[in-house]
Design a protein around this ligand. Sequence first.
Ligand code: ATP
Ligand code: MG
Length: 459
Amino acid sequence: MTARGQVLLVEDHLGEVVRLAQALRSRGYGVEVAADLASALQALRRRDWDSVLVGPAVDGGDPVAALRRLCTSTEVPVLLLARAPSHEVLDAATRAGAFMVLGAPVDLHALDLALDRAAEHSALRREVERLEQAVRGASRFDEVLGSSPAMQGLYDVLERAASSDAPVLLTGESGTGKEVVARAMHRRGRRAGGPFVAVNLAAVPDGLLESELFGHARGAFTDARTARRGLFVQASGGTLFLDEVGELSLALQPKLLRALQERAVRPVGSDEEVPFDARIIAATNRDPELMVERGGMRQDLFYRLAVIQVELPPLRSRGGDIQLLAEHFLTRAASRTGKTIRGLSPAAARLLLRYRWPGNVRELENVIERAVALTHNTELGPEDLPARITQGKAEASHGRPAARGAPVAGLVPLAEVEERHIRQVLEAVGGNKAQAARILGLDRKTLYRKLQGYGLEGG
Ligand SMILES: Nc1ncnc2c1ncn2[C@@H]1O[C@H](COP(=O)(O)OP(=O)(O)OP(=O)(O)O)[C@@H](O)[C@H]1O
Ligand SMILES: [Mg+2]
């Protein structure tokens, strides 16, 4: 590459060619000459250029026709050198898509400026193409973005799992994308035309869960004035997503197991089995093997659910994905809010990379959306990021949580202490919100609300 860029000079007149080529080379440009339109088109196909310069003697003295043809076949900026250009020529050239029209014989200083601008334009176009390609190439599995080795390794597994009908158990910390993956698997699978029915087993009270899942007969209980189909049957032809399956009570586990084995459910208050035909995808942010070991989950149920088990990696182990996802969320948030934000400053990108991301992709998404909403900058900088990211150096750089029970340093607002403590407890119990709520003495709803406030949950 020549420092100031590659110029394709399209000119027929030998004297003019020699003069221009020499002048450009001595100014640091790389120059190649095409004597006519056909060879110019060929040169454009052969490699990438920073600019095309069309001389006045091209194509039997009709450079505008040549220019029109060039502009339709390349995105490289095309400049026209015209002898004493009339208004008509200027007009026609502009309409044909000329990047710039210069009078010949050209003032070399003006030509310099024009070629520099063209080179800048080309560099920008390449950068846009590179980003588009990165996003396209990275979104190998539907909307699940990631180009890190950890994610690339997963795409094959996900692709194969999507095309099978076997039950899938998705594990991974909170916010790692289990639900996104479940939806993507549904869209990519054979049942894409059917419904995707999601139920959060932690969010439905135990007393209601059975009839929610399996349905109930008319009169099964006081409020049951009509019979109701359960979610298993509603999901027939599609996918049933059993979210937070690790929270299912031991009382309901045998019933779920039975349904999975029989491929039929028994509505509450009914003696009849109702068959269903749904693909089952379950998810949990707990360690299911550990739960089995400790008696929190039946082993037979675990085996039924985890015919295929997929562990989603935490964001902090996904390296470059942090920036990729940040740029993705930034572009999306910026276009939603109509703001012009070019990207992340290098300092901001470094901070994001260093942070531990206990809330994983969801936390990153919330951080970026908040930053885009509040910023007055055209590039997100450290000042747009929350304090826990800009100040959490010691915690972040070691890749492990701050010492538990360490005294709170300095005089800080109570809310900050509370947030820190909740994060520590949550981390200590491996993201299990139900357990964290119990330890903290909060009800689950209150904990969810607080986590939402910290950008750790929901959204
Ligand atoms: N690979 C990814 N590409 C793009 N967006 C992602 C990706 N992973 C997660 N997200 C986004 O992050 C957020 C959290 O993802 P999701 O709800 O799937 O997490 P989860 O693992 O189900 O978390 P939890 O265990 O807390 O329910 C979503 O808004 C989702 O759009
Ligand atoms: Mg989820």
